[in-house]
Write a protein that binds this ligand. Structure first.
Ligand code: SIN
Length: 287
């Protein structure tokens, strides 16, 4: 019998104990997968994974999706580097977002491993999009269930107005390939999805990549999007994860947002991220 224990956390996610991720048997894997399906965000402590272990772990949950924009590990292209050096100012992921919503088939999620941590700060906040949806009134839920939204990578990773491109000097190669952002056609997703693993309804818009509701102008969309974003990051829907050596977070992009704090200026923070392929998203109105 598996020793995996699942402790639900306040706000979002669950902490998993009783398993070494390098040594999961079939029962452990079923228990971890079950917890992931239910909570969409798992934290592990005191793990010891080298790069190959990290890749092997990700492959147990799906096919690896190599991010187009992030610099990768020199020996392991499957691993994206989420890095900040002491002399760099901006961090990667330092605003609320969910990864890859600009893709037509958004990535399932990511496994983030802490490699070098600052002495203080550098936490990551996560917000539950199940809780955000559940907090809305039935009337607004119903309205949103009939809407789609447009998501894009251009204003973040693209060339002319891309957020990262404008920080080129400070980024120093951490983010690149702006041309490919320009070539991507914007993606359309339901505003409320039927989560592919849990079957629950989740809010699926985010401040990082959502431009506007389909058929609405950006100006018309702004007030409602801002309202939804405010609900999503209520403290009751958020958890703050403090990284320690051996910490791992495994999140589902379709059920959560995340935000990497940039409060450790003058220190190094190196994280290794592997992203796993996802699927096209169905509206909540579909069963
Ligand atoms: C990210 O994937 O957005 C980075 C998260 C982190 O570095 O904590």
């Amino acid at each position: 019998m598996s020793n995996v224990r699942v402790k639900k956390l306040e706000g979002a996610g669950a902490e998993i104990t009783g398993v070494a991720l390098t040594d999961m048997d079939a029962e452990d894997l079923t228990a971890v997968q079950g917890a992931f399906n239910e909570h969409g965000l798992l934290f592990f402590r005191n793990q010891s994974l080298n790069e190959r272990d990290h890749i092997a772990l990700a492959e147990r949950f799906g096919r690896i999706n190599v991010n187009r924009f992030f610099a990768s590990h020199p020996d392991h292209p499957e691993i994206a580097l989420v890095a900040k050096e002491p002399d760099q100012t901006i961090n990667i992921g330092g605003a609320w977002h969910t990864d890859h919503s600009y893709d037509h088939e958004p990535a399932l999620g990511s496994i983030l491993v802490a490699r070098e941590l600052p002495p203080v700060g550098g936490d990551t906040a996560f917000a539950s999009m199940y809780a955000a949806y559940d907090a809305l009134s039935p009337g607004l839920q119903k309205t949103l269930e009939n809407l789609n939204a447009i998501h894009s990578a251009k204003h973040v990773f693209g060339k002319s107005k891309g957020y990262y491109e404008q920080q080129d000097k400070d980024l120093n190669g951490r983010i690149g390939n702006a041309d490919s952002a320009e070539q991507l056609t914007d993606a359309v997703h339901p505003v409320v999805i039927r989560h592919p693993l849990s079957g629950k309804k989740a809010l699926y818009v985010n401040p990082g990549f959502t431009l506007h509701f389909q058929g609405w102008s950006a100006e018309e969309s702004r007030p409602l999007l801002d309202y939804l974003y405010g609900v999503a990051i209520r403290e009751a829907h958020v958890c703050h994860f403090h990284w320690e050596p051996g910490s791992i977070a495994f999140w589902d992009n379709r059920a959560t947002w995340h935000f990497a704090s940039n409060d450790y200026q003058g220190h190094r923070r190196i994280m290794h991220r592997i992203t796993i392929d996802g699927c096209a998203l169905s509206p909540a109105t579909e069963r």
